[in-house]
Design a protein around this ligand. Structure first.
Ligand code: PHE
Length: 500
């Protein structure tokens, strides 16, 4: 209502010179008008300039003077022509004052009037007798107050005197003068925040006024990234390996050749793990194009006829089989590459670890996925025995929080002896299988060129198993893959590996 009045007025007039006058003319509350002007000014529909005016306000006392006359005049008029005893004057004054004034006000008027009338020498006191000293007085104070109330100009001296008597006080009045702004329109159009399909379909976009982008707005609070439980456990295990003096192996190749994944590990080509129901073979590129030829020859020989004290498998080793590309089924493929590389120089003992993804063509269930993560550690040194392997496993697993271990003889084509690792789970009150380990066979190490007295002890486990135990997750699909509830990563607690 007030907004239309302002904009409408400006359509036909240069300006609104004074919002105070305007509010009176149009019968709009001035505060309301000010709010409208500020808003219109903010959007550039109008330009508003401040107006400040000083205004004198009459005190309650002054207002009663306007109504009944000033106190000094009332006192003067109360004094009888023949004079009166001072003691009686107050009663006389009070009896003459209007009946609608209360006693306190009457006393106040008496006190103030007495002092002022004495000061003006309108009355005098002699021998406790009060008498008038002039014949006639004029009520200038009342007249001045009426002038001020009417907004008429009053001399500075008079203002000063009234101010000192606290009959008037200064009030600052604020208003505006208003002109058309750069975005002036007779009616405000609501700015559109988003361009939507309708705007385009109905060709409305050309005429729409879009809301300006507010670069200073706070915006939605951003949610910080959260670490996945698997990643947290991975970081902790990484720290344990580093504390134990292990170096990380480069595992950044998911695609591997059968040669490095199987053949170099003395895994026979008829081994069931190679069957396509266990291994993902690549269609493109289906084969590798480079292998270290001399080493390949030695691997072929060890498979076919043995050597280094072995009889081999006694079958026809086929190069085509070794060339086949696959998604690595274990990170031991990387360990193999690392050991081969190590064997090409003068021997130095090494401790290597890796934690990365592997792939197996398995039926997915509560505990199995077609891709998971392997943790792998190995130590390559002279004179290592099964005792060293047990010792390092006890050390490693106790750092994860599994200090009660059991070992069970097992079989891997590339390790002898081999041990499955079990840990007693306090919560489940049973022994759970947690990993696999062994000493790499000479049939694997010697064709690489590692010295005869060098042994390699190694172990592997999944990252998922300890993570699930730690976070109380019993379905692996709740931990990894497309069914994971994303809020899991936001809610999951810090990793407390090894605390109990
Ligand atoms: N590569 C083995 C697996 O896939 C784990 C393992 C690593 C076993 C090292 C022995 C030595 O389970």
């Amino acid at each position: 209502m007030a907004e239309e009045t302002v904009l409408g007025h400006l359509e036909h007039n240069q300006e609104i010179p004074d919002s105070g006058v305007f509010s009176q003319e149009k019968g709009i509350n001035h505060d309301e008008l000010v709010n409208v002007i500020k808003s219109l000014n903010g959007f550039g529909l109008v330009i508003a300039a401040d107006i400040k005016r000083e205004k004198w306000l009459l005190s309650d006392e002054a207002q009663s003077y306007v109504k009944y006359g000033s106190a000094e005049v009332l006192i003067f008029e109360a004094v009888p022509a023949e004079g009166t005893a001072k003691a009686k004057l107050q009663d006389i004054v009070k009896s003459k004052l209007p009946a609608d004034l209360d006693d306190n006000t009457k006393s106040l008027i008496y006190d103030k009037g007495w002092a002022q009338a004495m000061k003006n020498k309108w009355i005098g006191l002699a021998d406790s007798q009060v008498s008038q000293k002039v014949e006639h007085v004029e009520d200038r104070v009342k007249d001045l107050l009426i002038q001020i109330q009417n907004g008429e100009a009053v001399g500075a001296k008079d203002i000063d005197a009234l101010k000192r008597r606290r009959l008037i006080s200064l009030q600052i009045w604020k208003g505006y003068s208003v002109k058309k702004g750069p975005n002036y329109a007779p009616k405000r159009r609501k700015a559109v925040t988003d361009l939507v399909r309708d705007h385009l379909q109905r060709d409305e976009w050309k005429d729409i006024e879009f809301k300006e982008y507010n670069f200073l707005a706070k915006g939605q609070p951003t949610e910080g990234g959260c670490l996945h439980p698997l990643y947290k456990v991975k970081l902790q295990i990484q720290m344990i390996f580093l504390q134990m003096g292990f170096e990380e192996m480069p595992t950044n190749n998911y695609v591997e050749s059968s040669f490095w994944n199987f053949d170099a590990l003395f895994q026979p080509q008829q081994h069931p793990a190679r069957d396509s129901h266990d291994t993902f073979f690549l269609k493109v590129p289906s084969t590798t194009n480079s292998l270290p030829e001399e080493y390949v020859e030695r691997v072929k020989t060890v498979h076919e006829s043995g050597g280094y004290g072995s009889r081999g498998y006694g079958y026809d080793w086929k190069r085509e089989e070794a060339n086949k590309n696959l998604l690595r089924t274990h990170t031991t493929a990387v360990s193999t590459r690392m050991l081969y590389a190590l064997a090409q120089g003068p021997f130095t003992p090494k401790r290597y670890y890796s934690i990365d993804r592997v792939f197996r063509n398995e039926a997915v269930d509560r505990t199995h996925l077609a891709e998971f993560h392997q943790i792998e550690g190995l130590i390559c040194d002279r004179g290592l025995s099964l005792g060293h392997l047990r010792g390092v496993l006890e050390d490693f697993f106790s750092r994860i929080g599994m200090s009660k271990l059991k070992f069970k003889p097992a079989y891997n084509p590339y390790t002898e002896p081999s041990m499955e690792i079990f840990s007693y789970h306090e919560g489940l009150k049973k022994w759970v299988e947690i990993g696999n380990s062994g000493m790499f066979r000479p049939e694997m190490l010697r064709p690489m060129g590692l010295p005869e007295d060098v042994q390699v002890i190694a172990w592997g486990l999944s990252l998922e198993r300890p993570t699930m135990i730690l976070y109380g997750i019993d379905n692996i699909r709740d931990l990894f893959g497309h069914k994971v509830d994303l809020s899991l990563t936001k809610r999951n607690p810090i990793c407390r590996l090894g605390l109990n």
